[in-house]
Design a protein around this ligand. Structure first.
Ligand code: GLN
Length: 485
């Protein structure tokens, strides 16, 4: 087997036994990238020389017998809205086309400090706004399972890179599903951690009350390794939690015996693909056969999530993106006065979806709309959070769909924002409540496209997500299938 086809855990074992070197591993992913990136277009910026240099440093340390992280020498792809010192971070926006951050995001710093070579920065919907990676100012990314389809979004480049064997692991961000939806569309594990579990320092903010970084991986074990590395309190992010970080990897073999699982059957609408509901029911059966107690349940306020998320996300984004004015950050255009300068810089530098959301967000924060829209959305958010609190008094896990359909065609929803937003219907409630959730591959639809199921847990119970995800993997065969490219 080629090195680029292996999981991070398999590579880690080979590296620790010195059966391969980190340079060799990195080289394998770089060669694979050379071969398939022209079709897939997962990356905005590639950093092969720096990756090889980092890998070389790991090999030297290992030769000297230094103690190394299990992730030392495992290459990493990073979504391009997560800051990387000295490597441009564009957020897939013309506005930041040449922006080079002065420091690493905490998650990136931890990865680099552990000896993970950074392969490059991956494509996304501009500033994370979208569900297909078609809102990138540079290029869409294609789904490695079917190049005419979207990889999902906004972390579509990260998902496509891992699915296509261009990286063993990737970091994405999930404000309203952007790790889990692309993971489901590309047949991967995608974890959104509890709000506060991973530092937000150095994430270019979209909606600060929901933003989280999380791993995209081939297996639950790989995601567990990466979460264990990036999780933890950070003085640069006051909302990061001091709760101790569990040993996620050792939780995997515990199985699901005794776990109580709430099946969100009624939260899947009639217009969902049949293959999706079938996968959810198959997952429920597998959990039950292995000793979990599965019972149907509903969370009544989840049906308001779409409206609440878009109101709050747009409001927060309109405030957060105020910094992109051409003076503090980004491009500036020659102008007669300051107002014209802002207007030209933002008018020319930002894409349509971003402008729409900034206008909506600004509008609902105005005095006469603040109460009926913004505050009403906040109140409804509280009801959604309480639904989860009540559910987690009865259940350890909730099981449902990630998406109403499998990967859709490039262009299919691009001109129809409401259809695009609807694709997120199952992944918006979790972030509103701050709870962790994972997308787990569960077979393929009739057209051969990957189907994912979603598990949600109470805050800081990521280990239960990994236990169930690992069990579902084992029940389906240990080695994840890969797309042919
Ligand atoms: N697809 C959602 C949106 O368009 C989520 C984005 C995200 O999580 N960054 O807002």
């Amino acid at each position: 087997m080629n090195l680029f086809e292996m999981t991070a855990l398999e590579l880690s074992r080979l590296l620790q036994k010195k059966e391969v070197g980190a340079v060799e591993v990195t080289q394998s992913f770089l060669e694979r990238t050379g071969a398939v990136e022209p079709q897939v277009r997962a990356y905005i910026t590639r950093t092969p020389e720096a990756a090889l240099a980092a890998a070389g440093a790991v090999d030297e340390k290992r030769a000297r017998g230094e103690h190394l992280s299990p992730l030392a020498g495992i290459p990493l792809a990073v979504k391009d809205n997560i800051c990387s010192e000295g490597v441009r971070t564009t957020c897939a926006s013309l506005f930041l086309e040449e922006y080079i951050p002065p420091a690493d995001a905490t998650a990136v710093k931890k990865a680099r400090d552990a000896g993970m070579p950074l392969l490059g920065k991956t494509n996304l919907d501009e500033f994370g706004m979208g569900s297909s990676t078609e809102n990138s100012a540079f290029s869409p990314t294609c789904n490695p399972w079917d190049l005419e389809r979207v990889p999902g979004g906004s972390s579509g480049g990260s998902a496509a890179a891992v699915a296509a064997g261009m990286a063993p692991l990737a970091l994405g961000t999930d404000t309203g599903g952007s790790v889990r939806q692309p993971a489901a569309f590309c047949g991967l594990i995608g974890l959104r951690p509890t709000y506060g579990r991973v530092s937000r320092a150095g994430l270019v903010p979209l909606a600060s009350s929901m933003d989280q970084a999380g791993p995209l991986a081939l297996t639950a074990a790989d995601a567990a390794l990466l979460l264990g590395l990036i999780a933890g309190e950070d003085r640069l992010d006051p909302t990061s939690s001091a709760a101790p970080v569990d040993d996620y990897l050792s939780a995997l073999p515990q199985g699901v015996r005794g776990l109580k699982v709430g099946l969100l059957d009624k939260n899947m609408a009639a217009d969902f693909d049949r293959g999706i509901a079938a996968a959810v029911h198959r997952a429920a059966a597998l959990l039950e056969e292995n000793g979990a107690v599965v019972e149907e349940t509903t969370l009544p306020h989840l049906r308001h999530s779409l409206e609440v998320y878009h109101l709050l996300c747009s409001a927060e984004a309109s405030s957060n993106l105020g910094r992109f004015d051409g003076l503090r950050y980004g491009r500036s255009e020659p102008a007669e006065n300051v107002a014209e300068m802002f207007s030209r810089a933002r008018g020319e530098g930002l894409g349509r979806e971003v402008k729409q959301r900034l206008l909506l967000g600004t509008a609902i924060l105005r005095e006469n709309r603040y109460e009926p829209y913004y505050l009403q959305a906040l109140r409804t958010r509280t009801l959604i959070r309480r639904d989860y609190e009540a559910a987690f008094e009865r259940f350890d896990l909730l099981l449902g769909a990630v998406t109403p359909t499998t990967a859709f065609k490039l262009g299919e929803k691009k001109e129809d924002p409401l259809a695009m937003y609807h694709a997120d219907i199952c992944i918006l409630p979790g972030p509103l409540a701050g709870v962790p959730a994972i997308a787990v591959p569960c077979g393929f639809d009739a057209g051969g496209l990957p189907v994912g199921v979603q598990l949600t847990a109470a805050p800081f119970q990521e280990k239960n997500l990994f236990r169930a995800a690992h069990l579902l993997e084992q029940e389906q065969g240990a080695r994840p299938p890969r797309p042919q490219l």
